[in-house]
Ligand binder design. Structure first.
Ligand code: ADP
Length: 237
């Protein structure tokens, strides 16, 4: 089944057109990156998928159902941008934050991200990487089929980023979770995902990451030689 089907979607904030005639689909179980320069409409597309905005034109189907009529909202877990950074004294424990939208699967969710032993600690006492894992656990509490992450590694140190991508790969494989990752981290995208959707108001590319990172597609979009990417991957190892 398709997790997401977007057909001829257009959206504007007032007079400002942000997305124009976008069509693509994501199969259940796929790991997909959404790429595009700043202001290209990535976050807007996520807000439309989540029903926080309504399209002016076109259609969004979630697991075969029209977005507006889709009732299984727990099938979609969402990690918004800049969600991490709780103050040291933020008065809530890990389990309170993780279970805030529903605690039925709390223990299971904490186990998935390896934070069960931290459940009674104040969230602000955890490292940035651990806080991020707690937010993943919160998104997992509804036992989602699809996880949507908006720039999840911004503000997280490189070692924790690596652990975070390992965790995503593990969840993708062990839970057969579909993942949509909005990211600027091209080296991580090249390493981690299976398919790429590239936006710049219009749909620029949708296909396998191998095709995207082939000389022509990648260079056409970013005007960088492919060697740049190879270099940044090596530097990251
Ligand atoms: P991205 O996530 O790719 O950086 P966004 O979807 O956040 O892009 O933004 C796309 C465009 O829409 C930008 O020009 C941005 O300024 C504009 N925009 C985003 N949110 C709003 C809003 N709430 N009201 C008006 N314009 C917005």
């Amino acid at each position: 089944m398709k997790a997401i089907e977007v057909k001829n979607l257009s959206f504007a904030y007032g007079q400002q057109k942000v997305l124009s005639d976008i069509s693509f689909s994501i199969e259940e179980g796929e790991y997909v990156a959404i790429l595009g320069p700043n202001g290209s409409g990535k976050s807007t597309l996520l807000r439309l998928l989540l029903g926080l905005l309504r399209p002016q034109k076109g259609q969004i189907l979630l697991f075969g159902q029209e977005q507006g009529k889709f009732k299984n909202l727990n099938w979609i877990g969402y990690l918004p941008q800049r969600a991490v950074h709780f103050d040291q004294r933020f008065p809530a424990t890990v389990e309170e934050i993780v279970g805030m939208y529903g605690s039925e699967n709390l223990t299971w969710a904490l186990e998935q991200v390896n934070l069960l032993e931290k459940r009674k600690e104040l969230i602000g006492r955890l490292s940035g990487g651990q806080q991020q894992r707690a937010l993943i656990a919160r998104a997992l509490c509804g036992k989602p089929k699809l996880l949507i992450l908006d720039e999840p590694t911004s503000g997280v140190d490189p070692a924790a980023q690596e652990d975070f991508y390992k965790l995503l790969a593990h969840l993708h494989a062990s839970l057969e979770l579909s993942i949509i990752l909005v990211s600027h981290d091209l080296a991580a995208v090249a390493r981690e995902v299976e398919r790429v959707i590239c936006l710049n108001k219009k749909l620029f590319f949708h296909g396998s990451k191998e095709a995207f990172f082939s000389q022509e597609e990648f260079a056409r979009l970013y005007s960088y030689p492919v060697a740049w990417l190879k270099h940044s991957e090596e530097a990251g190892q």
